[in-house]
Design a protein around this ligand. Sequence first.
Ligand SMILES: Cc1cc2nc3c(=O)[nH]c(=O)nc-3n(C[C@H](O)[C@H](O)[C@H](O)COP(=O)(O)OP(=O)(O)OC[C@H]3O[C@@H](n4cnc5c(N)ncnc54)[C@H](O)[C@@H]3O)c2cc1C
Ligand SMILES: [Zn+2]
Length: 1152
Amino acid sequence: MAAGGGSYEAVVIGSGYGGSVAAFRLAEAGVNVCLLEKGRRWEPQEFPSSVWQTLQTTRWHTPWGVFGNSNCLYQVHYQGTVIAFVAAGLGGGSLINGGVVLPTPARARRDPKWPQEWRETLWDRAEERARSMLQAEAAPSHGFHQDRVLDAVSGEIEDSCRDCVKLSIRFTRITDPASSTAFNVCNGCGNCFTGCPYNAKNSVDKNYIAAASKAGCTIITNCEARFVLPNFDYPHTTSKECEFDGQHMHRRWRIYLDETHFISADFVVVAAGVLGTTNLLLQSKIRGLAISDRLGHRFSCNGNSVAFVCGTHVATKGHSLTPKELKNTPMFDRPGPSITTSYTSSLGYTIQGAILANAFSFVFFKCIAHRGFWFGLLYGLWHNVKRLLRAKNSDSLIFNMMGHDAADGHIEFDLDRGLVKFFPPTDPLIPKKISTVERIAKRIGGQMFMPTLRNTTVHLLGGCPAGRIAKESVTNPNGQLFHALVHSNSSLPYLLAAGAEKNESVDSCDNKVHDGLYVCDGSIIPCAVGVNPSFTITTVAERYIISPNIRKKHGRDDETGMGEDLGDLCTLELVMDMGSAESRHGILKGRVGGKFKMCALETGLLHIVDGTVDMCVVNTRTPFSQYMYYKLLIVSETGAMYEMIGRKEMKPFLLGATAMTESRTLELEISQVSQNFNLGGLSESKKASILRGTVRVSYLALLKSVISMRGPRKCHFVSSLLLSILCTYFGPSPRSPPSPEVTYVESPGYPQHSEHIIATDDGAQISCWRWLPTANRTINDALNSGTSTCVLLLNGYSGESYTLPTEDDDLVCTLLNNGYEVWLLRMRLHFSVCTANPFSLDDIARFDLPAAFSGIAAVRGKQTPIHVVAHCIGGLTIHMALLGGYVPVPSVASLTCTNSSMFFDVTKLAMVKLFLPLIPISLKLLGANSVLGFSDSPSESWRHRLLKKISCLIPRVEHCTCKECELFSGIFGSAFWHENLTERLHAWLSKDTLVRLPACGFRQLRQICMAGNVVSSRGEDLYMPYIRRLALPTTYISGGRPLLVTPTTSERAHALMQHHHPEFRHVRHVVHGYGHSDLLIAERAPQDVFPLILDGISKSGRVADLGFVSVQPTDVQRRTWVIPPSQAIEFLLCLKIFVAIFILAIFLCCFW
Ligand SMILES: Cc1cc2nc3c(=O)[nH]c(=O)nc-3n(C[C@H](O)[C@H](O)[C@H](O)COP(=O)(O)OP(=O)(O)OC[C@H]3O[C@@H](n4cnc5c(N)ncnc54)[C@H](O)[C@@H]3O)c2cc1C
Ligand SMILES: [Zn+2]
């Protein structure tokens, strides 16, 4: 690699658990990323299978020197009192580990050293992501020998409980998530520790790294990074021009491969394992990089020691099998995976039985045991002879012990010898662990060998501990490296290049971080985990790697970011001159100046040079809400300019229960404006937004702003503001008179359709509308020759989302203009078709959809694959039809779903509604006729009227002035954000499409929501087991401002499809600012959403046929959607209101 020859937006060093997550998540986000690994790529058949081969691929790091090649698979570090084993190779430790996946114990998460930020809900989400990628499975329940042995003696482990061990090893035959090569099923040979020779282990090279490679990550193996330094050529002005230019050589960091050769990158993620990372950073530190003095501290061996028991009188099957032995050994008699049993004692340690691979030398292990070298050697040789003579081949077992050591060890660099030295932590549990193993050994009648070393460890942790402040830790909880404290005589160029300022005081630099330099592996874990740590490492990596620090540079955000940087690091000091307009509410309008500091944006102070505020904005589309708008132009000392739009929304949700939160919450959107910006032409010169998030103002700051008010009209200002807020929350509308009734006309030039009535197999009648493409001549020609592309649209529950005759553009017109032939199914749920006959969603999947496909095939003359675009229930039912085998998968060319998939995760508010038995009670109340008419009719029964009255009382996110809309959102929950819709469309939808609603589908919908995925009307899991049938390309689109359905619906589906059908293109989008059905009916949907749908249709296919296809990132930013803990009170309040309504409903039912 020539000097400066490689240039990437991001470089990840090391490919273990941490590095592979970083590489994949960055590549997935569209970042140009390179993964450097010092080891080589290992194929299953290449792993060592004899002691000799093992020795050939082992590197020894000893106090006397380093022996062996740098890319050897085994890296043994011997330091007098500790011997540590780590791996080098693409996949890191996962290549040769036992694959045990255990969740982080509560005890570790309660440790005072554990960062506070890792305790919240994001942790659970990160765990879920990690789990879905690692795909751990439980070992078959019949149990292997070590299970039986350990189970029999488990009483010897003090007050212990058996852990439910899952392994990243395949026991069932399914397709690999990323590479479409099939895994083999574990054959129980017991060779996990030398690398699975039968391709049954799901090591990270087969999941994360394969997916990263697919997403465009460059992988370089046999390449060792030595140190990282800032690029001196990098301009000190934070000119974003050079950061965004992928080809530009002036990247922020240099990753040196030797003294003169380097690769440059704007972001560096060091993930070289505990010893690798600490060594690399120590090397960088001695070259002047300002890193905290805590580097190398909080080193933990995870309380890891190993003991061996040989010559037992019970059959332990503790030896792995050679290929020849495997052939002659029936499955039930094989040793099984290396680790399958685990017992955790309440005293804080865990013991696992493990199998020694035959490619390891027993003699070596016995020689370092407490009985002395010669005894060990002789006993080991004799034991091996016995084993060779097949006198006994099942009489030994390894005990893998772990626990919560004090994590007070440290790693340092010996400058004289150029070697890394490490010192183990104190471990008060060692005597307990030894005595337990001794008792067990006695029970099974074996000779115990305990290494004389303090630790024999494969679980290294710490060295670059994460924490809140630089004085105590090396990285912040997001893994970003802290600056060392700045002193006037420190090496300035480095600090400058990394973003610190020359004249800053020591204190103000305290928690400053290096821009773009991260650590992401076991080394940031600041305490012992107590159990096998790979899952914890993966979770930590998943937890922070997509932090806005990295993403903001690329104009994206992700739910894991959740505006943490804004919350922590933003200070906004505004000076407002109110009363600039001469209207009734003129006092609430004004000009704004002040200062702004946001480390996520710029390290220096920013100044507001031009700004306006309007605290009383009314939007006629949402007359129930009131808005405050800030529009600020900000400049930095370096000359960079930003436009910041701040938006505060106040809506009378739950009778003002959210008032306090809303008055403190400001939604921010920051865009960069070009340097030669002219104050008059802000919008023209504006660039794409680079940061979005939520800022919460503290109560103290609110109070301060009230106290600091000056001027003769301050009382007028306060009373006007309070009045306006009171009107919003408790008045009929904020301040304007009710808007006049909106009229609408359906466009006379709307494309003509033909209607096809179709009879289903169960005797129902549904219909399909068909439009032929008009615009594109060539496509018309194609149609005449019978080859045009056909798109079938499936609506959500009852409503209409695709054909919107009041709008200039809708999805039907867009598809026609792009030359597609469009079919729109009006299934039995549709208001135009539904009858009083009860039905379930299963019926739609079983009868309506197959009938629609056959109907289209009959008209088109032959079976051409159809692209399906489905929304909400349409999406659920098409998944059910395909998974259930009712519609043959080859008849679907691609599947695009908005806010739906085989999963259906709903918002907390919707979940509360579903949890209460409102639906069963409503259906009971409706009786035989479960179709609810929206308009009041004299013929309507009292039951229907009662239910409608109750529905109007049910809390919803937005209130509406229109009766039908209000009723619909009462039953369903608000389905769209009103501000996204034109008023004419809102009027048309409410008057022309909200005609009647068949309620019978609710029962199964409730079951699906409660189960979290599609189930039958009886709640049976009839569909998900057939996920392998779903071999087709998919596009899942979610709204980024969730209503009803949350984005996890698409996230889970996308991950599942990538996992099971990597041979097809799968894309997921989260569209910022959209809720549920507004994805299809919003005024800006033709610009924001339809191109994504068209893209999903036109680029669908097999990955192999498409050439290189990267997994698309969410290309639009999204907001926080999880209810944060601070809103828990609102949530409880909402629960209370529900309960009250529920009781009221029952009361009315009983006494009516
Ligand atoms: C035999 C064995 C069994 C184990 N069993 C289990 C188990 O069952 N369950 C469990 O949870 N954990 C187990 N572990 C521990 C687990 O594998 C490690 O904790 C985990 O791999 C650590 O992940 P990491 O990302 O921190 O680093 P690693 O997985 O160690 O990856 C670091 C990578 O960086 C590379 N590297 C290092 N320096 C450089 C450099 N300068 N330039 C480029 N690349 C570099 C290395 O080659 C390596 O590939 C086991 C470990 C071993 C050795
Ligand atoms: Zn409405």
